[in-house]
Design a protein around this ligand. Structure first.
Ligand code: NAG
Ligand code: NAG
Ligand code: NAG
Length: 402
């Protein structure tokens, strides 16, 4: 057979395949209004959303779209959009706004600490210009104690076991607790979000990731009362780039080790600006855990009056009770800070507090220049059991052991 005939056959096959797809499997559109949603911000639209979701999830078209139309506000009680779905790709187009109930009674009798959740949905895209407003202020007066029983305030949006997720364009406001949780997901691109809550709102992390891998986070603007982004145990291959963070508690890895064994690997934070936060880029572990966090890099980060811009804290113990020293710890290694600049609001600009039982190894600082936010203050670096090297770094990190 000639090359020409080969091409012809391939062309014929390709055109058959593509025309087959476009004629027999058109995309389906599922507008929540057609399923009874009102969108006046007062009527409970949860049942309508659940019906529309079931239709979308059960249809066998190639890329069904759930439409949440613009210029409307949909009040939803706690709902979980569950899969698995029949289609390999599902698009949720959020053009309108979604609001939480403005009293806690909506959660009464429901054993849930989630408001909106997607569970077991693969190939899910959630995108649009809409706002997701958790109306958290009714929850904030009682902060959630660390690991306490009263951590009842719900997370606004949870993705559980959603592989190949895309989340793009939305504005997330005033969650009662964490704004977005990604847990047990493989493959996610989270981009172009705004996540906003008051600086004083407790536990309102922007995005928490755990048990997930292959995640890209880019171009976010996050200002809340807690961590902008927190990476928890079981996470690997997480890239964070182009995040503006502040106010809040900065970008954190951890707290790790509280449940015992934790591993985090391959986290790369690049091209971020961190302003006015409680800490800048932080790795925190509880004492007594096991496992490791390694291959972590922070590159091209700019701090603007951040407290504790660079911090490793292996003595994490926020409640300050039962903070005894233990004989085990997570092992931290291969952590680099390169091309870092800006200002520190605290005098201790670089704090490498590694565990006494497990030294940090291969900690590398290169081209790190942190000035005091208030001119004339001293800034300094401090280390405990930290090993590695620092080059072109000011303040000098003479305490780093070879
Ligand atoms: C993260 O960045 C690294 C290095 O640039 C790259 O090898 C890796 O594929 C990226 N991972 C994701 C999930 O984008
Ligand atoms: C970070 O910014 C630099 C310079 O603007 C750019 O060349 C690089 O591609 C960016 N890196 C990422 C991972 O976005
Ligand atoms: C724990 O160990 C650190 C480092 O050796 C020491 O500074 C601290 O005082 C110890 N804390 C307690 C409660 O023993």
């Amino acid at each position: 057979m000639s090359l020409m005939q080969d091409y012809l056959i391939i062309f014929l096959i390709l055109s058959m395949v593509s025309s087959g797809l476009s004629t027999t499997t058109p995309s389906g559109y599922f507008n929540v209004i057609e399923y009874g949603a009102v969108g006046n911000g007062k009527t409970d639209d949860s049942q309508a959303f659940i019906k529309a979701w079931k239709a979308v999830c059960q249809v066998q078209t190639s890329r069904p779209i759930l439409i949440i139309p613009a210029k409307k506000s949909f009040l939803l009680n706690p709902v979980t959009f569950s899969g698995p779905c029949k289609s390999f790709k599902i698009h949720v187009q959020v053009s309108g706004n979604i609001v939480a109930p403005n009293q806690k009674s909506a959660w009464n009798g429901k054993a849930t600490n989630r408001w909106l959740a997607f569970s077991n949905v693969n190939g899910l895209t959630v995108s649009g210009q809409g706002h997701i407003d958790g109306r958290g202020s009714v929850w904030w007066p009682q902060p959630c104690l660390q690991n306490g029983q009263n951590c009842k305030a719900p997370t606004a949006l949870t993705f559980y076991r959603c592989n190949n997720l895309r989340l793009n364009g939305l504005t997330h406001l005033n969650s009662p607790r964490v704004h977005i949780i990604l847990t047990s997901c493989t493959g996610a691109i989270i981009s172009n979000l705004r996540i906003l809550a008051p600086e004083t709102s407790p536990n309102t992390d922007g995005i928490d990731i755990s048990g997930s891998k292959n995640v890209q986070i880019r171009n976010l603007n996050i200002g809340t009362g807690d961590d902008c982004i927190a990476i928890g145990g079981g996470s690997s291959n997480i890239n964070i780039t182009g995040v503006y963070c502040g106010p809040g508690h900065g970008i954190s890895i951890g707290a790790l080790g509280n449940g015992g064994y934790d591993v985090v690997e391959d986290v790369h934070v690049r091209n971020c600006t961190i302003k006015g936060t409680l800490t800048g880029v932080r790795i925190k572990t509880w004492q007594g855990g096991s496992g490791y966090a390694r291959k972590i890099s922070f590159q091209n980060i700019k701090f603007i009056a951040a407290n504790s811009p660079i911090i490793i804290d292996q003595y994490y113990c926020p409640s300050r009770v039962n903070c005894q020293n233990h004989t085990s710890a997570l092992k931290l290694s291969d952590i680099s800070y390169t091309g870092i600049s800006g200002t520190s609001a605290s005098d201790k600009a670089i704090d490498l507090s590694c565990s006494q039982s497990a030294a940090c190894t291969n900690i590398v600082l290169d081209r790190v220049y942190i000035k005091p936010a208030v001119q004339g203050r001293p800034v300094y670096a401090s280390c405990f059991n930290a090993h590695g090297r620092a080059t072109h770094t000011k303040p000098a990190v003479k305490c780093l052991l070879p």
